[in-house]
Design a protein around this ligand. Structure first.
Ligand code: BMA
Length: 818
């Protein structure tokens, strides 16, 4: 198979009134266009629009989303392609309502951003000067027209007509993102020429329960005119070192060639923190009379996966536990949203930086959330390499989606495309029907209704409970499917069944985050606390005269409903209200760190071991941002971690100690997320605010694998404010720290802790405090990156931490004052 990527010389222009032919042939009015790309990206590059991320510019660029756009591109047909029997134009992603012409012939109409299209064009091709024309209709207007035709429907976030449009929902604006209605060929366009090609290569490998062998059934689907004699497929399986461990050659008498490889003692793929991520490579070569016609390769990670719904001792309901290679995994991590409002700007390098940062933050699982898009291949490749498990939503979020036949057909194609493209990734462990659609359905959801779902008051159940599970069963039978997130029980808000989004803190009743542990759940798939970004980020999008929290620009970059009010409420309930921008930034970020830590700490305590996995996951809403904004992200748009990133990292550490206030003192427990028993010492100490150590105890413990274990109560005398420190020591090394301060912090008179920061070496610092210090945030100019931050310090425990890119920059320190 030979191919030609058609990426250069493209132009775009807005469609105007009048005959479209004249516009396509017009000499002027064109802007250089990037393919893959989006209109907004090219208009920005041409200086036609201001940067929508800066100031209030978002509001200046809305006209782009309300126009139709024309693209034209030209290509010659390379000789080696001209000689092939077949030639297809392949459009990997057209956003969204597109009509395509080749050399004046209309060849395609597409209405789903997520469905790659292939069009046979052999008969239309010329040796030179082939012209491709694309028209993208305004998705906003097209969606509104569908809404007018089929009737209004409900949706949270964005114009509700979005539910009729198979396009990334966040483009319509979300409670953390701007309205940027992209349009364009957002994924590559190429010409493929072949006499025969491999249409698909699928190897749904299964590892035996005893992990001692793996069955790898291989199916190769061949696309060609007629299969004549002489066709064959050569299969080769290479181990991670590249050595061939199995190979064969099968004659191709039918369009799908099958073969079964079995491996004994396979190298198992493990989630990070549990083992390595060895990847095998399976190569299929299509031959005719020994001549190679096409070749495809796929990487395979061999692992045994189960989503375990079993009884939880002494409790109602069932667990929601991911098990990999028979090891119970605590699904700790984040929800992932698109990393840019202009998705084609996210380079493979940026994906690597994001996912390496997530791994550095002790992320075991990322949920690709249903309001964005099925991510780029590189995202999943990196998760395979880094051992980050992926919870994959289908692209439905916070809406009452329709289920009329045309819509179902489009969704069916979309699901097939996503399943075929992503099913070989070992990191992908769950397919999930939607985000919060069972919640927005509210009273329209009646589980007793099990037939004619498309005609029910909640028609999209036809998608989540029939179309998608059937597609998953047919195309990716080795993976579990879950109808929605949250889902389980009547309202998807069940403490003992399925997953749960816990938004009683921040949203809803704005309950104190200290109450997070009281929210029971088998798997917390969303919870969050918002904060603003740091100074460096603000300087990039807020004009100096707008740099105060209540400014119009701040408000425009804070999309959460009631956001200002909620941020202020959580601050005044916990800390002394800040009066300047820097302490406002510190305050919101401090609260976010405290809240997320309280949640994870409380829920991970419920991961109590075999038969008692009362809670088996906590996914923070959200890891990243798609533009500069005050949001729930713990890392800003330019990959600068906020203090909360380090708080989450600490609470998700594989070995951890934890504290909680109880009558007369503090309960303490420890977590061992690894598969090996660990002998450790838990050291506890009680401190006054002025730094006197007034008590302490040590306990030698054995931390059994895969669980949290309670170790009793550390009694402290009541009366004055006492701060408790806890350290977990393994083979003489402090592997984890925790602290417990009296709350609310605002009542405390916290003396200056006299913090010092010393350079221990070029890439290490030692941080000390003469008195207990809370929420110590180190900052430096430029791209300095601290390995740890948002520290709780104690007089007897200087902390050493790594730092990159500091150079001779100065380190500043901020801490909770009171
Ligand atoms: C949940 C998510 C998102 C939203 C977040 C914060 O609803 O699924 O839709 O951004 O909460 O409100």
């Amino acid at each position: 198979m030979k191919q030609l990527t058609i990426a250069s010389g493209w132009q775009l222009r807005a469609r105007t009134a009048g005959r479209i032919e004249a516009q396509f042939t017009a000499a002027d009015g064109w802007t250089p266009a990037s393919v893959p790309g989006t209109v907004q990206q090219d208009l920005l590059a041409a200086g036609t629009i201001p940067d929508p991320f800066v100031g209030l510019n978002e509001h200046e660029v809305q006209w782009v989303g309300e126009r139709d756009w024309l693209y034209r591109g030209h290509f010659d047909l390379p000789e080696e392609l001209a000689g092939e029997d077949h030639a297809d134009l392949c459009f990997d992603g057209l956003d969204t309502f597109a009509t395509v012409w080749l050399n004046g012939e209309e060849i395609l109409r597409s209405d789903n951003q997520f469905v790659p299209r292939r069009v046979p064009v052999k008969a239309l091709l010329r040796p030179t000067g082939n012209e491709l024309r694309l028209r993208f209709d305004s998705a906003l207007l097209a969606g509104q027209a569908l809404g007018a035709e089929y009737g209004p429907r409900d949706a949270w976030n964005g114009d509700p007509s979005r539910v009729y449009v198979r396009k990334a929902g966040y483009n319509y604006g979300w409670d953390w993102g701007p309205i940027i209605m992209t349009a364009g060929p957002w994924r590559p366009i190429r010409l493929e020429a072949y006499s025969a090609r491999i249409a698909s290569l699928h190897a749904p490998a299964e590892v035996a329960p005893d992990l001692r062998s793996a069955a790898i059934p291989v199916a190769v689907r061949i696309a060609t005119g007629t299969l004549t004699a002489g066709f064959a497929v050569a299969l080769a399986l290479r181990d991670p070192s590249g050595a061939v461990v199995a190979e064969t050659r099968v004659r191709a008498e039918v369009a799908t060639v099958n073969h079964l490889f079995t491996l004994t003692d396979p190298q198992l793929w493990w989630p990070r923190g549990h083992g390595e991520q060895p990847l095998y490579t399976l190569t299929a070569t299509l031959l005719r009379d020994d001549a190679e016609l096409d070749r495809q390769e796929t990487r395979l990670g061999l692992r045994r996966l189960r989503l375990v719904h079993e009884a939880v001792r002494g409790e109602e309901g069932q667990s929601f536990l991911f098990e990999v290679n028979n090891a119970p995994i605590f699904g700790g991590g984040y929800n992932w949203i698109p990393a840019d409002s202009l998705p084609t700007r996210v380079t493979p390098e940026r994906y690597r930086a994001w996912l390496e940062l997530a791994a550095e933050g002790n992320t075991t699982m990322l949920r690709v959330w249903g309001g964005g898009y099925y991510e780029e291949d590189v995202f999943y490749d990196l998760c395979d390499e880094l051992g980050i498990l992926v919870w994959q939503d289908f692209m439905f979020a916070c809406g009452m989606y329709p289920a009329h036949p045309a819509f179902l057909a489009s969704v069916g194609q979309e699901a097939e495309a996503a399943l075929r493209r992503l099913r070989h990734h070992p990191s992908l462990v769950l397919w999930c029907g939607n985000n919060e659609d069972y919640q927005i359905a509210g009273k329209h959801y009646d589980p007793a209704v099990t037939t004619d779902l498309a005609d029910s008051p909640f028609p999209a159940r036809e998608i989540y409970e029939r179309l998608l599970p059937e597609a998953v069963a047919a195309l990716d039978p080795t993976r579990p499917y879950w109808p929605g997130s949250p889902y389980g029980g009547l309202r998807g808000d069940e403490p003992t069944i399925g997953d749960r989004h816990i938004w009683g803190v921040w949203h809803g009743g704005m309950l104190p985050y200290q109450e997070y542990p009281t929210f029971k759940s088998r798997f917390v798939s969303e919870f969050g606390m918002a904060s603003t970004v740091g100074r460096a980020a603000l300087d990039e999008f807020v004009a100096p005269d707008e740099q105060y929290p209540e400014s119009r620009t701040f408000d425009s970059h804070l999309k959460a409903s009631g956001g200002q009010r909620r941020l202020a409420t959580y601050m005044v309930e916990n800390i002394r209200h800040p009066h300047d921008l820097d302490s406002y930034i510190f305050g919101t970020q401090f609260i976010q760190a405290e809240a997320l830590a309280a949640g994870i700490r409380g829920w991970r305590r419920g991961w109590r071991g075999p038969g008692e996995y009362a809670c088996a996951g906590a996914l923070v809403w959200q890891l990243n941002d798609c533009w500069p904004v005050t949001s729930w992200a713990t890392v800003d748009y330019r990959l600068r971690p906020k203090p909360a990133f380090y708080a989450v990292k600490r609470e998700l550490a594989p070995l951890a100690v934890a504290l909680a206030r109880v009558e007369g003192g503090a309960a303490f427990w420890a977590i061992n997320a690894t598969g090996t028993p660990v002998s450790a010492t838990i050291q506890l100490a009680a401190w006054t605010l002025v730094g006197e150590r007034i008590g302490g105890e040590e306990q030698m413990v054995t931390l059994l694998p895969y669980r949290a274990a309670e170790f009793g109560t550390f009694a402290i005398r009541q009366g004055r404010p006492i701060v408790i420190s806890a350290r977990l020591i393994v083979e003489g090394e402090i592997v984890h720290r925790a602290s417990l301060w009296p709350e609310p912090y605002k009542y405390l008179d916290i003396p200056d802790p006299e913090i010092t920061v010393e350079r221990a070496s070029d890439d290490a610092l030692t941080v000390r405090a003469a008195r207990p210090a809370k929420g110590v945030v180190l900052a430096a100019s430029g791209d300095a990156r601290f390995a740890d931050n948002n520290l709780d310090l104690f007089p007897d425990d200087p902390q050493q931490l790594g730092v990159r890119g500091l150079g001779d920059g100065e380190v500043t320190v901020e801490w909770l004052r009171g």
